[in-house]
Write a protein that binds this ligand. Structure first.
Ligand SMILES: Nc1nc2c(ncn2[C@@H]2O[C@H](COP(=O)(O)OP(=O)(O)OP(=O)(O)O)[C@@H](O)[C@H]2O)c(=O)[nH]1
Ligand SMILES: [Zn+2]
Length: 302
């Protein structure tokens, strides 16, 4: 497998089913990764044309943001786009609701529901376990759920509570920064008593969009709808004439910040795709150069 792999994506990732041979008590060799029905990935941090697999064979993503300080609707749309590009159903979890007032909670919930329609949304607290009943009804036997979110939003605590075990160590958050120390640096897959499978992920600082044009159309379905009426088929909706999207923003049918976040993610996705193409071309050129070099070498020998 090592010799035939074309890149990181060909190696096993969390969520994979594999076949392997036992070679001893604590040694086995994986010789095949079975076909994946879904892959959730992001742009690899610091690398322009590479992706990092977050998990495979996932049915649902629990996108978690804490209600006190982490909450950010633009980032929520980033996560949604990652899910929508890989046909993973998103569920939004607003966590730590014990730290805000009822009024604040209803403002946040309203904001989310108004901007993101058609995505289930549950508000929970690991402290009081409010919202747990609703969440447990969502977790179905045989389905795989992957928790996504920044460090310190309560992923490991939730996993510990739902499994009734202390699987993931959590560490007290420093009061001054309100950030969870980076505790879960590895991924963990747990089968809950009801038969659902939960994957904990290390907190993410960057949620870079890779090749996600399909995902963007689902996340921003309102924009995709208006785009059908743009004068030009390849309209980029940034300053083109006859753009129905810009018109909708101007007359208030599309929220401005929604549109701006769309443009930002769209450009990111386009940039990723052009980096990939550039890299491919470079690799090809390099291949050609090698071939030439070998030819010359051979000629010199003859
Ligand atoms: N007040 C309050 N604190 C919580 C809640 N959930 C988790 N915490 C605390 O927040 C801190 C971070 O929680 P973790 O569960 O470790 O967060 P995480 O998302 O797993 O963080 P990483 O492992 O860094 O990705 C811990 O001190 C928890 O006790 C909650 O619902 N309310
Ligand atoms: Zn347009």
């Amino acid at each position: 497998m090592r010799f035939s792999a074309n890149g990181r994506e060909d190696f096993p990732a969390v969520g994979d089913w594999v076949s392997f041979i036992f070679c001893g008590v604590d040694f086995a060799i994986i010789n095949e990764v079975l076909p994946r029905y879904s892959i959730i990935k992001r742009k690899a941090v610091g690398k322009n044309s590479e992706v990092q697999i977050i998990g495979t064979n996932i049915d649902f993503a629990l996108i978690m943001q804490s209600a006190n300080r982490d909450f950010n609707i633009n980032r929520l749309e980033r996560y949604l786009t990652l899910c929508n590009s890989s046909k993973i159903s998103p569920i939004i979890l607003l966590t730590k609701t014990d730290l805000i007032s009822k009024e604040e909670l209803s403002v946040l919930s309203g904001e989310i529901k108004q901007r993101i329609e058609n995505v289930p949304f549950i508000a929970i607290s690991n402290e009081t376990e409010s919202g747990y009943k609703e969440l447990k009804q969502v977790l179905k036997s045989g389905k795989t759920y992957c928790m996504l979110g920044s460090s310190g939003v309560g992923k490991s605590t939730l996993l510990n509570h739902l499994s009734g075990k202390n699987i993931m160590k959590t560490k007290a958050i420093s009061a001054s920064s309100d950030r969870g120390r980076h505790v879960s640096s590895h991924r963990e897959l747990t089968v809950l008593d009801n038969g659902s499978i939960l994957i904990d992920n290390p907190g993410m600082r960057e949620v870079g969009i890779a090749d996600s044009s399909n995902g963007l159309d689902t996340t921003y379905d309102k924009i995709a709808d208006f785009a059908k009426q743009c004068r030009f088929k390849d309209c980029n909706h940034d300053n083109d004439t006859g753009c129905a999207v810009i018109e909708a923003v101007e007359n208030g049918e599309i929220e401005k910040s929604y549109y701006q976040n769309y443009l930002k993610l769209f450009k990111e996705s386009a940039h990723f795709e052009s980096s990939v193409q550039e890299k491919r071309k470079k690799d090809k050129d390099f291949g050609k150069m090698l071939k030439n070099y070998k030819k010359i070498q051979k000629r010199n020998k003859d």
